[in-house]
Design a protein around this ligand. Structure first.
Ligand code: NAD
Ligand code: MG
Length: 389
């Protein structure tokens, strides 16, 4: 190991699925990584427990109603406690922070990520919605501030790894998808699926929002948009391939026909660790592939009729401007409504489609335009859901 400098990590969303796995990675390498800032939305008790264990410099509890509770619980600990959405934009800029890992959910990641980029902090990006909403703006800012955008999403990490050392053009990106819990369901069976069924993902244990997005394949649509911006490839060069075993995490095909992919057990700690340690790879104790145990690696075409959200994502990139921002916000509203049983599974796609038709198109949105578009979309999407039920 040549570079022994300790990296101070700011984890936005430390109490979630990605956040807690990031803390596991940090625990594996206490000589290399330090949890410098931890933030949570409302899970106060877990944030307090993390603060006591990892001793960060500061924590943010975004939900202001939990502020006093967290502050009092940590009164005897050497940690500063902040609250509110604005605090997220400030802590990412703290001078000692070496890298910001964005693991919060949805649109809430946009402003803190922009704030971190403006302060020149490298981004380990799990919060794909940031790139979905404002990919052009974000990648432009990263170039301007010379900030690396390191993928945490397993597929994008696989693509990134497949591109390491390559200087030639990409012919095609093969973006793999597990197909989620409803891969083999008929359209008719999909009509009455429940949130509990949708929340049972076959291969990954993730937060609720992304698990529902995986079931509808909106998640894969978002990943197409994410790949388009991360790797600067045209959407028609990104092919989604259903691979139910989630062993091949994605691949790149070059102009000579060669395909390079990255394989491994489905374990998010691998891409999280690489994003933190890049360009080095560190040792890990995470599970290895047992080749004799692997029975099949199979590949299928996604069903466009059953999973309309996937097509809508392609349509949103084609439209450009604020289209993907609208799709994202309408999906956040529909996803929550489905979890609360206010909207049926297949209606989520209708809500997104109808919202997209109702919000005026904007060709080159500014940050303020995105913020306004997000708020306006939520109102319309909720209206559509309320008139349906
Ligand atoms: P999660 O719901 O488990 O955790 C979300 C975290 O963000 C929590 O710490 C929560 O307190 C915080 N948070 C949520 N809303 C917030 C808000 N409005 N303001 C401030 N903080 C807020 O979610 P997750 O599964 O860890 O996913 C996080 C992100 O990573 C998502 O964008 C998801 O798409 C992406 N991602 C997750 C996985 C995975 O395996 N879980 C894989 C790839 C990408
Ligand atoms: Mg993924």
């Amino acid at each position: 190991m040549t570079n022994t400098k300790m990296k101070r990590v700011c984890i936005l969303g430390s109490t979630g699925s990605i956040g807690t796995q990031t803390l596991q990675v940090i625990s594996e390498h206490p000589d290399l990584f330090e949890a410098y800032v931890l933030t949570a939305n409302s899970r106060a008790d877990l944030l307090i427990q993390q603060a006591k264990e990892y001793k960060p410099q500061c924590v943010v509890i975004a939900d202001e109603s939990k502020y006093e509770y967290v502050r009092d619980a940590l009164a005897d600990d050497p940690v500063q406690v902040y609250t509110g959405a604005e605090a997220l934009c400030q802590v990412v800029q703290m001078e000692p922070v070496d890298i910001v890992l964005t693991a919060l959910v949805g649109f809430s990641g946009l402003r803190p990520t922009i704030s971190a980029i403006r302060a020149g902090k490298p981004i380990a990006l799990a919060n794909k919605e940031t790139l979905v909403v404002a990919g052009e703006l974000i990648t432009g800012l990263c170039l301007e501030h010379r900030v690396p955008l390191l993928p945490v999403d397993s597929e994008h990490s696989a693509i990134f790894q497949s591109l390491m050392g390559e200087v030639s053009a990409v012919e095609k990106i093969i973006l793999t998808a597990s197909g989620g819990p409803f891969r083999t369901f008929t359209l008719d069976q999909l009509r009455d699926v429940t949130p509990a069924q949708a929340l049972k993902h076959p291969n990954w244990d993730m937060g609720a929002k992304i698990t529902i997005d995986s079931a509808s394949m909106m998640n894969k649509g978002f990943e197409v948009i994410e790949a388009r911006w991360l790797f600067d490839v045209a959407p028609d060069k990104i092919q989604v391939v259903v691979h139910p075993q989630s062993i091949l995490h994605s691949a790149v095909q070059f102009e000579d026909g060669a395909v390079k992919g990255q394989l491994g057990m489905p374990d998010m700690r691998v891409p999280i660790q690489l994003a933190l340690s890049y360009p080095q790879r560190l040792k890990s104790s995470f599970p290895r592939i047992d080749w004799w145990d692997l029975k099949d690696l199979t590949f299928e075409k996604p069903d466009a009729e059953k999973f309309r959200c996937l097509q809508m994502a392609y349509e949103a990139i084609r439209m450009g401007g604020n289209a993907a921002c609208i799709v994202n916000a309408a999906n956040e509203v529909a996803n929550l409504a489905f979890r609360q049983e206010r909207c049926k599974f297949l209606q989520m796609a209708d809500v997104i489609e109808q919202t997209l038709q109702r919000i005026p198109h904007q060709e080159k949105p500014t940050l303020q335009d995105y913020l306004d578009c997000d708020s306006e979309t939520r109102i319309i999407a909720n209206e559509i859901i309320n008139t349906k039920s």
